[in-house]
Design a protein around this ligand. Structure first.
Ligand code: NAD
Length: 270
């Protein structure tokens, strides 16, 4: 069901790779709620993924941008404003990548070239996007920016590797830039800490299926899926949440505040 929550709003969605991507589902939901969109992803992802299918469905242009390249982000914001004929009301940062994870390098043995690259893509990119947006004064007053994160920023999940550090930094940037952009333009910036979700990025983590099953049993409501995450993003892009900023918001069926569940106790007793 749609409520027209984003009627007249214009947004940039980073990170739709294929139909499993959280960004893909969010683009579909935003469109259904009346938003106009620009889609973006890294040039290599545009070649490998199926983003053009989504672009057609949501009637949005695709503007390539590698989030580690400032000139790409500048071009993206300039072109997006030209396309919309005005400022941007919301931005979804749905981007993550760790070469250490991908190559199976143990956390204690991390290759720092890989670490730097992963940090640049997964965390610093939020700062870069916000810096460019602020310089171009590209986001409307009371605009909303969301980045997706995971609870490994607060608690140890060993196989999440250096992505845990990247997510801690991402959440910190959301808080600190949230302060600055709030004071300057009333722009709000939050992170959503999502349940483990079967996507390309998610499935790259070692033992991911076990991880998903454990979280499912440890969450009173079960795991939140990508469609439900998209719903939550819509609420945060809407005018109904104008006073929410600098928060890390758990969207995880209650996992983050659960010590143990009967389902886990039963499993342990087997
Ligand atoms: N899947 C999960 O279990 C889960 C849980 C919590 C949070 N998250 C977060 O959700 C976000 C979206 O991930 P997803 O699970 O939908 O997976 P996904 O693989 O569909 O999305 C990751 C995206 O990052 C993009 N990307 C990588 N390098 C880039 C670069 N240099 N420039 C621009 N874009 C680049 C990829 O092309 C891809 O579209 C990530 O931040 C991820 O960490 C995922």
């Amino acid at each position: 069901m749609a409520y027209n929550l984003l009627r007249g709003k214009k947004g940039i969605i980073f990170g739709a790779l294929d139909e499993k991507s959280i960004a893909w589902k969010t683009a579909q939901r935003c469109k259904a709620e009346g938003a106009e969109l620009v889609l973006t992803n890294a040039p290599i992802a545009l070649r490998m993924g199926t983003i053009n299918q989504l672009a057609e469905e949501v009637n949005a242009p695709v503007i390539p941008a590698d989030v580690t390249v400032t000139a790409d982000i500048e071009n993206l914001f300039t072109q997006a404003q030209e396309h919309f004929g005005g400022k941007i009301d919301f931005v979804l940062h749905s981007i993550g990548m760790s070469i250490n994870v991908r190559k199976g390098v143990h956390y204690t043995e991390n290759n720092y070239d890989f670490t730097h690259k992963g940090m640049d893509i997964s965390a610093l990119s939020l700062h870069r996007i916000l810096q460019v947006a602020m310089k171009q004064d590209a986001i409307s007053e009371w605009g909303s920016v969301i980045a997706l994160t995971y609870i490994a920023a607060q608690r140890v999940f060993p196989d999440y590797n250096d992505m845990a550090d990247n997510k801690a930094m991402l959440e910190s940037i959301a808080r600190n830039f949230g302060y600055q952009y709030g004071v300057k333009k009333n722009v709000r910036i939050n992170t959503i800490s999502q349940s483990p979700t079967r996507t390309t990025a998610g499935s790259g983590v070692k033992g991911f299926d076990g991880f998903v099953d454990f979280a499912e049993k440890m969450s009173p409501l079960g795991n939140a899926n990508a469609d439900q995450c998209a719903d939550y993003c819509v609420t945060l892009f809407s005018d109904l949440t104008r006073m929410v900023t600098m928060q890390n918001l758990f969207h995880d069926g209650g996992f983050s505040f659960t010590g143990v569940t009967q389902a886990i106790i039963d499993q342990m007793g087997k």
